[in-house]
Every structure is written in C-alpha cells, then in structure tokens.
Design a protein around this ligand. Structure first.
Ligand SMILES: NC(=O)c1ccc[n+]([C@@H]2O[C@H](COP(=O)([O-])OP(=O)(O)OC[C@H]3O[C@@H](n4cnc5c(N)ncnc54)[C@H](OP(=O)(O)O)[C@@H]3O)[C@@H](O)[C@H]2O)c1
Length: 259
C-alpha cells in the first residue's frame, strides 16, 4: 500500500519534452523529471548549453536527449515536435513542460508591435501550438501531462511588465482551457507560477541588492526561490499522483501571493 502510494510519483518508461531547458527553470525541471526515471527531451536554441544539460543528466544516471529549435518560429513547431517524438523509444511523448519564455522588460511607451508579438507568441501561443502536436498520441493512450509556467505577473502588475504580464495572465487561462479540451481523456494540464528564482531571465532583479531584497521581503517566508524548491511540484504535476488535478495554477512563491 505504502509502496504503491510512492510509486505514483515515479516516471519510469515515460518521455517528457521540456522547452526552455538550456537554462534556469526548464533545465532544472528536465533534471527533476529525469531523476524520477523518465527520459527528458530538452528543447531550446543554444546547442552547447543543451549538450551540457543533457550530459549532466546522463552523468547522474538519467536519460536525456536534446533538440535544437527556435520555438518563436511558428512554422518550425511541427518539425521540432517531430524530432522530439523521434527521441522517444515509443515515439510517444507522455508529457510536455512549456518553460521557454522571455521578459523584455520594456516601458509601456517602448513596446512595439514586433516586441508584443514576440512575447505573446513565445510565452502564450507556442505552449498551445507546440503542445497540441503531442496530443493525438496522448489521447490514444488516454494519458498525458502538460505543465505550463505562469508567473507572479499572471495575477500582479509589475512595472515594465505589460506584455509579459498579459502573456502570463493568458497562460493561466490557457491552462484551464487545455484542461477543458483534453483532460476528460486523461491529459492533466496544470501550471506552476514561480515567485522570484535566480535565472538568466531574472538576472537584472538579482544583480541589484534593492530589487532582490524587495522581492524576498514580499514573501511570507522572507526569501527568494531556489530552483530545488520546484522539484516537488514538478514531480507531482508530471506524475500519476496528479490524476484528478487539472486546470490549476499553483504558486510556488514562498508566500508572495499570500499577502
Ligand atoms: N526565474 C523566475 O523567477 C521566473 C518567475 C516566473 C516565471 N518564470 C518563467 O519561467 C520560464 C523559464 O524562465 P527562466 O527564469 O528559467 O529563464 P531563462 O533561464 O532565461 O530560461 C529561458 C529559456 O527559454 C529558452 N528560450 C528563449 N527563447 C526561446 C526561443 N525562441 N526558442 C526556444 N527556446 C527559447 C532559453 O533558451 P535559448 O536561449 O537557448 O533558446 C532558455 O532555456 C519562463 O517562462 C519565465 O517566464 C521565471
């Protein structure tokens, strides 16, 4: 009974595609998923960084591969997905983590149609169109997991975050809509909304003592995130254990949004 309970969290035999896995949150999530026994297929543009991430997983005894691709190019998504499926021994991807994202931090008056499109496209459109490529096989096996990455800015407005916040607000609703579309057939779709975690994306926040400390003080725990703080929720959302949880966004933010 206890063994069965714990086995729910194991991902052996599964294959997960993780976008944005050349650095930061995506890379960490690809590592957690591989630690639980799945094959992680890492996707991003920078080949050297992907190679290093895959090597780190393999050195630790995990299974990983990578596919190089620019997920902002809509016409490339079908081919990137095809290459990801080819990395899976069963040619089936059991789960998709949509962690590729950008935050251009532009003042309202500096936002252009192009910068708006880039942000909304990569952060909001790609998670839908890319994930949809894997859904037919998930439906055929009545099992799948989708994990999107939302943000504090899904529900809070920060300076210089208008386009980013709009995209991340959309990610929460996209997650509910994916659940509505697919979870009757066994595909659970959820989102993680991280607080402040030190990555390339948040380098400007962490490079400045004032903004870094401000972010920590906003939490009820008095500290910013560490990437390992995302391990438990990643395994839960990726595993059989979340079989009756779908359409949800869970804040992993040390209590930032509790205030
Ligand atoms: N760090 C935080 O505190 C925080 C908080 C809330 C939400 N988030 C979200 O978490 C996600 C991951 O961000 P992060 O903090 O881990 O930042 P990061 O280290 O900058 O990671 C972003 C990832 O996205 C990939 N990427 C960017 N543009 C891409 C493109 N056109 N095609 C393919 N891949 C692309 C990057 O890889 P390449 O450059 O190699 O392509 C990189 O792997 C993002 O959605 C972000 O909005 C982060």
């Amino acid at each position: 009974m206890c063994r069965e309970l714990l086995n729910q969290f194991l991902l052996e035999g599964r294959c997960f595609v993780v976008t944005g896995a050349s650095s930061g949150i995506g890379r960490a999530m690809a590592e957690f998923i591989a630690c639980a026994g799945a094959r992680s297929v890492l996707v991003a543009r920078r080949e050297q960084e992907l190679e290093a991430a895959v090597e780190a997983i393999r050195s630790a005894g995990g299974q990983a591969d990578f596919v190089v691709g620019d997920l902002s190019q809509r016409e490339a998504l079908v081919e990137i997905a095809r290459q990801c499926k080819a990395k899976s021994p069963r040619h089936v991807v059991d789960g998709v983590v949509n962690a590729a994202g950008i935050n251009l931090r532009q003042a309202v008056d500096d936002i252009t149609l192009d910068s708006w499109d880039l942000t909304l496209n990569l952060n909001l459109a790609t998670p839908f169109f890319f994930t949809r490529e894997f859904v037919p096989e998930m439906l055929a096996q009545s099992y799948g997991r989708v994990i999107n990455i939302a943000s504090l800015q899904s529900s809070r407005a920060f300076p210089n975050g208008l386009a980013y916040g709009a995209s991340k607000g959309g990610v929460c609703q996209l997650t509910r809509a994916m659940a509505e579309a697919w979870s009757r057939d066994g595909i659970c779709c959820n989102a993680i909304a991280p607080g402040f975690f030190p990555t390339e994306l948040t380098a400007p926040v962490f490079a400045n003592d004032d903004t870094r400390d401000w972010a920590a003080v906003q939490t009820t725990m008095g500290r910013n995130g560490k990437l390992d703080d995302l391990s438990g929720i990643t395994l839960f959302f990726a595993s059989a254990a979340c079989g009756y949880v779908t359409g949800q966004t869970l804040h992993i933010d040390g209590g930032f949004t509790a205030r």
